[in-house]
Design a protein around this ligand. Structure first.
Ligand SMILES: Cc1cc2nc3c(=O)[nH]c(=O)nc-3n(C[C@H](O)[C@H](O)[C@H](O)COP(=O)(O)O)c2cc1C
Length: 275
């Protein structure tokens, strides 16, 4: 696969993976490519934990599901992330960012309009929607053959200092290398992010992974091989929409947005978008 094609095909996988284990060779390719990323002074501040132990995966899945239930039940999710939701295709096309609310899981669809209100929240709770979403989430994580934890070396990751910013920057590049490689290997990848929303849940994950004092746990992903002909998942928080050039690129100074070219090389060419 060509690099440009891999970049276009990289997606967040919100659906299930095949149960097949990720081969040791592929696991090694992922982490070796991660290490090719740039880092400040070649410090390579990233560390990875490859988790293929069923017991640990099941435990992470349980914590992730529980966190999802709380996020939904307490309404934290909707309060915290409201600015990212769009209510129509027109709004999506106009802004080019965020998540269209039509991608909501089926259980939430009837509440599309009230989702951000207190009454909507109370109704969803009465109907047990948070529990359904929690179980969906648990199953997705539990059904993943591989988890990947990403950590930073705390001698480099010193919050409040430039070094922390540099470390996060390098880590992002390393994770993107992995993400692009998954596209070539027929694999998918998704953040397991709900436990990050609750400090005590994140601590539980750190305990499971035996994270030592000198490392900071930054993110956990689930990975696996993709099934053929995937159906749209119950929870689809990803979006293929992208801003137009004039919305994010300037020429020479920030005062002059670039023009949108009618023949943008890659516009609309991401998988599943207009041919
Ligand atoms: C810092 C960061 C946090 C993200 N958090 C989540 C998340 O919590 N759950 C999830 O499913 N996707 C998460 N994503 C993926 C985005 O939702 C996704 O990249 C975006 O919607 C575009 O979709 P795509 O990755 O398929 O192109 C995150 C991505 C980044 C870079």
């Amino acid at each position: 696969m060509e690099l440009f094609e891999a970049i276009q095909r990289r997606r967040t996988t919100n659906g299930p993976f095949l149960p097949d284990p990720v081969s040791i060779e592929h696991q090694r390719i992922l982490v070796e490519l991660a290490a090719m990323a740039p880092s400040h002074f070649n410090s390579q501040p990233w560390r990875f934990v490859l988790v293929d132990d069923r017991g640990i995966i099941e435990e992470v899945a349980r914590i992730s599901g529980e966190s999802m239930r709380r996020l939904m039940e307490e309404g934290t999710f909707w309060k915290r992330y409201r600015p990212y939701f769009r209510f129509s295709e027109e709004e999506m096309d106009e802004r080019g960012d965020g998540i269209h609310i039509d991608q909501l899981p089926k259980a939430l669809k009837p509440f599309r309009r009230q989702i951000f209100s207190n009454t909507g929240q109370a109704l969803m709770n009465r109907l047990g929607v948070p529990k359904i979403l929690a179980e969906d989430n648990r199953k997705l994580v539990a059904g993943s053959p591989l988890l990947l934890a990403v950590l930073l070396d705390k001698t480099e990751y010193r919050p409040g200092e430039l070094s922390a910013f540099y470390s996060i920057f390098g880590m992002g590049a390393a994770v993107e290398n992995i993400w692009l490689a998954t596209a070539q290997l027929g694999m998918g990848m998704q953040f397991v992010s709900t436990p990050m929303e609750f400090p005590e849940k994140w601590e539980e994950i750190k305990g499971l992974l035996k994270v030592p004092e000198d490392l900071e746990l930054m993110a956990v992903y689930r990975l696996g091989y993709l099934p053929q002909g995937q159906r749209r998942p119950t929870i689809d928080w990803s979006s293929q929409h992208r801003k137009r050039l004039s919305q994010y690129v300037f020429r020479n100074t920030c005062a002059a947005p670039t023009e949108d070219a009618s023949d943008e090389v890659f516009a609309g060419k991401r998988e599943g978008m207009i041919e």
